[in-house]
Design a protein around this ligand. Structure first.
Ligand SMILES: NC(=O)c1ccc[n+]([C@@H]2O[C@H](COP(=O)([O-])OP(=O)(O)OC[C@H]3O[C@@H](n4cnc5c(N)ncnc54)[C@H](OP(=O)(O)O)[C@@H]3O)[C@@H](O)[C@H]2O)c1
Length: 269
């Protein structure tokens, strides 16, 4: 899509939740190049401010930042306050990795609550809050960054996988509901990607950094390219390629057996 067309369809402002590094920062850089103004959200102010300064200087866009913890009850109100009435034509919900890295019973349930708050409740509430004005305007885009873990339960990434399944299913429904109103919805399902958060977790768990991790810039480029073609884009797969069946009982069992060793390595010993 041409730059001007993209800005007309998804501008003038994009809000990225989880913008300070990895795929979130790559989305920010690519959207700034397309001339969108940005609201950048994450918890740490330092990296957000640095990125905002870089993007203002490089692209002459407006860029505001907000330090918000998306795993708290008030997060969506704080996102709305950060947007402060600006016309947000694109919402990217990027933050979502599993910070617990634990077998289900081996951490406090409060840690699962926080993950569910960020990946389920804040996602639901933010989609509700930001989609409504898009529907009224008859244009806009909503992207929920997901994970291949969404396609079934896995040891070691248990609650994380469940939240990503929720996000997938909700995004698919919204895609169908909002398509007639000119609003694009994409569940962007990533594979293992070379982000700082992922590297940190692998290092903490003693997992050797594998070859072939996806590059965050390439991931962001594909996500923005596929935004008009929801409801789902699976990183590394052509649009019509089904590597995993979502409904066959035998296929689901086989899938868990095939990749359980990889997922379980993410859990604390
Ligand atoms: N990396 C992978 O291999 C991989 C694979 C499949 C799917 N994904 C998905 O891709 C997305 C990005 O993953 P990632 O690896 O870059 O890790 P991530 O921790 O989800 O994302 C990093 C960004 O989100 C922010 N963030 C994290 N928790 C937050 C919170 N509670 N409140 C506000 N901001 C928060 C981080 O900044 P602060 O720390 O400053 O808050 C940072 O800007 C996630 O949805 C993840 O599930 C990643």
């Amino acid at each position: 899509m041409e730059q001007q067309e993209f800005a007309a369809r998804y501008g003038p402002w994009a809000l990225i939740a989880g913008a300070s590094e990895g795929t979130g920062a790559s989305f920010a850089r690519q959207l700034a190049e397309k001339g969108l103004n940005l609201i950048l959200v994450a918890r740490r102010e330092g990296p957000l401010d640095g990125l905002a300064q870089e993007l203002r200087a490089a692209h002459g866009i407006e860029c505001v930042t907000a330090s918000i913890d998306l795993s708290v009850e008030e997060a969506t109100q704080q996102l709305l306050a950060a947007a402060d009435g600006r016309e947000v034509g694109l919402l990217i919900l990027n933050a979502g990795a599993d910070t617990n890295g634990s077998l289900f019973l081996d951490t406090e349930v409060a840690n699962w609550d926080a993950l569910i708050m960020r990946n389920v409740l804040t996602v639901t509430r933010a989609l509700h809050a930001f989609a409504e004005p898009m529907r009224e305007r008859g244009r806009g885009g909503l992207m929920v960054v997901g994970s291949g873990a969404c396609y079934g339960g896995l040891p070691g990434i248990n609650v994380y996988a469940a939240t990503k399944a929720f996000d997938l299913v909700l995004s698919e429904a919204l895609w169908a509901e909002l398509e007639p109103h000119g609003v694009d919805v994409l569940s962007f399902v990533l594979g293992r990607t070379d982000t700082p958060a992922h590297r940190e977790l692998m290092e903490a768990r003693g997992i050797a950094i594998p070859d072939g991790l996806a590059d965050p810039d390439e991931v962001a480029r594909l996500g923005l390219e596929r935004l008009p073609f929801g409801p789902v884009c699976n990183w590394g797969e052509a649009d019509d390629e089904a590597k995993m069946s979502a409904s066959s009982a035998a296929d689901r069992r086989e899938r868990i057996r095939r990749i359980a060793a990889i997922s379980a390595a993410y859990a604390k010993a």
